[in-house]
Design a protein around this ligand. Structure first.
Ligand code: IVH
Length: 674
């Protein structure tokens, strides 16, 4: 049968789809900065596939349907994968899974016994690690499946990627390529974005992009500063060992010292597979990393071979994808909040949409640059994402859905709270209200001061902050400590008992430890983690206030931007006044008294902690080491002075033995400190 001539409309639609897909491919793979959701991308790709299936003459050789992924970045050397790195077909419900099983059964001799391995599908990026005689020699990204990027130096910084296998010290395989997923835990992703936003750097759309962006840094010390993790789930080419099944492979990888996902399971019974998949729908919410589905694999390698591959998708495996936590809706308006530092923060007002059981109407737009660089227009159809506890945010617009009525957003020139002109510093993407008396800033400052991570004043929150400012009771932070019962006489909602509790809570906050006071000051770039480092290093606000940029940047975790903003903060007369007032009111001196001076017994010594310690958590052990001037790192190297080992110490212990690092237990550590 010869193909009919495709209608004009389809010819141009196919061309349009190709162009859009190419653009989104580039954003996703090369820039690590996608504008649309995976589901949205799949919808476009499927539409193009359908057109090409009906009219094969429209299928150009360079059509995005003809390959998955895009050209690797040119800045890393390319690596040709000796065996292509495959992708996976998708199933979206039990019907799809049953259909997959039926296809598998049809392709195999009748009644072939089947067993299955089910693994969480980690939402990170696939990499291949080549070990020659047990030594990690090459680490590459998947790239387009055929050619990836050589990111060996960066992969070496991923703390649970073994640099040498097996961990037991037994004879290594001659050659082994281990494949798996590099990912960024959700908490680390959020912390990273917070830091990025504070430093006016790029904010990542999701943990996967953050992981990809982190792994493709030309400066591997940046990669090292991001707590990436690795799960091994497959092997590429190997020599010198024998492997016959997926389950056996996972066991061997684990023995070799790789992290293998603890939730991988082996089933002989198909119903058990379906039940396990179903149970995962809720399970996913409880994990520290993002899982976008589960992967079901036929266990036996010989059967895998028989089933083969179509295009890029193996017939012997399928991904059961969870429902997306992304939806599309209409962007009705862009509002602007004024933050604590005066930063104008745009937010989306949208047609209400249900995402994973919650109605969402407002979403974050991060900052002005985010809106402008993504060309998010009022009236656009936008993709909104909600995951875990993160505030829902707009991923980006769907330009294809525009009808011309959409309005580009104009960043405000006046502060929406106080009406004063706003400022935009030449090098910065953000816009600031620089009016020191802006009431919105004061409310935010107060809100931050009393918040749980800062001074933790129970009974105070957004509403009270707003009221106190409105009533003229609080014009500066020190005013909070000057409040008396008389200020609340006859105020609605402030009965005697409540006022008493509130004033007690305020008074109690005067004795918060130094790191909380530093956090509460709200210095740009200094969050609760940085505050702990600063408190440990300086021991008092006076010492911190006297520090110069050079001393500050020498502290791990404090970059040049943050150092500058700390110095600026303490150089500002209004802030000097603030500190003097706080001290006079008894806040600051309390803070200094509570701060522990830094010991020096362990100065210059680097520790690694492993295993379960008796009676103390590893965090507590780390704090003790750091309080005595020592440093704690995540992996054993030549630079490690001591390995503090507890019960069931694993790979770090053997590595320390290999390198001849001193191994001590908890009692010995205490003896060291005296
Ligand atoms: S198997 C069959 N197993 O999913 C060969 N992939 O959509 C494909 N992924 O590129 C890999 N967790 O990045 C496999 N347990 C797992 C996985 C997994 C995450 C990713 C991987 C792959 C993509 C395919």
């Amino acid at each position: 049968m010869t193909e009919q001539l495709p209608p004009e409309a389809l010819v141009s639609r196919a061309a349009q789809l190709r162009e859009e897909l190419r653009y989104h491919n580039h954003r996703y793979y090369t820039l690590d900065d996608p504008l649309i959701s995976d589901a949205q991308y799949d919808a476009l790709l499927n539409e193009l596939r359908a057109i090409e299936a009906d009219y094969p003459s429209l299928r150009t050789v360079d059509s995005p349907t003809q390959r998955v992924g895009s050209a690797p970045l040119s800045r890393f050397p390319k690596v040709q994968h000796p065996v292509p790195m495959l992708s996976l077909g998708n199933a979206f419900g039990p019907d799809d899974l049953n259909a997959w099983l039926e296809r598998v059964q049809k392709l195999l001799p009748p009644n072939t016994p089947l067993s299955f391995v089910v693994e969480p599908k980690i939402d990170g990026l696939a990499v291949a690690l080549t070990y020659s005689n047990g030594v990690l020699t090459v680490g590459a990204t998947r790239g387009n499946g055929e050619i990836g990027e050589d990111v060996t130096a960066n992969l070496r910084t991923v703390s649970n990627v073994p640099l040498r296998i097996p961990v037991s010290g037994a004879t290594p395989p001659e050659r082994l390529e281990v494949r798996g997923e590099v990912y960024l835990p959700i908490a680390a992703f959020e912390a990273l974005n917070e830091r990025q936003a504070a430093a006016n750097d790029k904010v990542f759309a999701n943990p996967r992009n953050a992981a990809a962006g982190s792994l493709r840094q030309l400066d591997s010390s940046i990669t090292a500063s991001r707590p990436l993790r690795f799960f091994a789930y497959a092997v590429g080419p190997f020599a010198g060992i024998e492997l016959t099944s997926q389950w056996q492979t996972l066991q061997l990888l684990r023995e070799y010292g790789f992290a293998v996902n603890p939730d991988a399971r082996h089933f002989d019974d198909w119903q058990a597979v379906l039940d396990y998949c179903h149970a995962w729908m809720e399970r996913r919410e409880t994990l520290a990393y993002e899982v976008d589905g589960v992967v079901i694999k036929i266990n036996d390698f010989e059967l895998q071979e028989q089933l083969g591959v179509v295009g890029r998708d193996p017939r012997w495996a399928i991904a059961y994808k969870f429902p997306a936590r992304e939806e599309t809706t209409k962007l009705l308006d862009i509002g602007v909040n004024v933050g604590r530092t005066g930063k104008l923060i745009p937010f989306a007002v949208m047609e209400p949409v249900e995402i994973g059981g919650t109605i969402v109407q407002h979403a974050s737009l991060h900052n002005a640059d985010y809106v402008i660089s993504r060309d998010i227009r009022i009236g656009d159809t936008v993709v909104v994402k909600r995951a875990g506890d993160v505030i829902p945010y707009v991923v980006g617009p769907i330009p294809a859905g525009r009808d011309g009525s959409e309005q580009p957003w104009r960043a405000p020139t006046l502060c929406p709270a106080c009406g004063q002109p706003v400022e935009r510093l030449p090098e910065e993407v953000d816009i600031y209200c620089v009016n020191a008396d802006c009431p919105a800033q004061l409310v935010r400052t107060l809100e931050h001061w009393v918040s749980r991570g800062a001074m933790d004043i129970v009974g105070m929150g957004e509403r009270q902050a707003q009221q106190f400012v409105e009533w003229g009771l609080v014009r500066t932070i020190p005013d909070l400590y000057r409040l008396t019962a008389a200020d609340f006489a006859e105020r609605e909602g402030y009965a005697e008992k409540r006022v008493e509790n509130l004033l007690t809570a305020i008074a109690e906050s005067k004795s918060r430890p130094l790191e909380r006071v530093i956090t509460a000051l709200g210095i740009r770039g200094v969050g609760s983690v940085g505050a702990v480092d600063l408190a440990r290093h300086f021991g008092s606000l006076d010492a911190l206030a006297a520090a110069g940029e050079a001393e500050l940047t020498a502290i791990e975790g404090i970059g040049p931007n943050t150092a500058r903003s700390i110095v600026d903060f303490f150089a500002t007369p209004a802030n000097q006044q603030l500190l003097a007032d706080l001290q006079a009111l008894g806040v600051r001196s309390a803070a200094d008294a509570a701060a522990q001076p830094l010991g020096t017994t362990l100065a210059g010594k680097t520790f690694v902690i492993t295993g379960t310690l008796p009676d103390v958590s590893r965090d507590a052990a780390r704090e003790l080491i750091e309080a005595n001037g020592g440093k704690v790192t995540g992996s054993v190297s030549q630079k490690t002075d001591y390995l503090l080992a507890g019960e069931a110490a694993g790979s770090k212990l053997s590595r320390a033995q290999q390198l001849g690092v001193a191994i001590i237990d908890w009692a010995q550590l205490q003896a060291l400190i005296g």
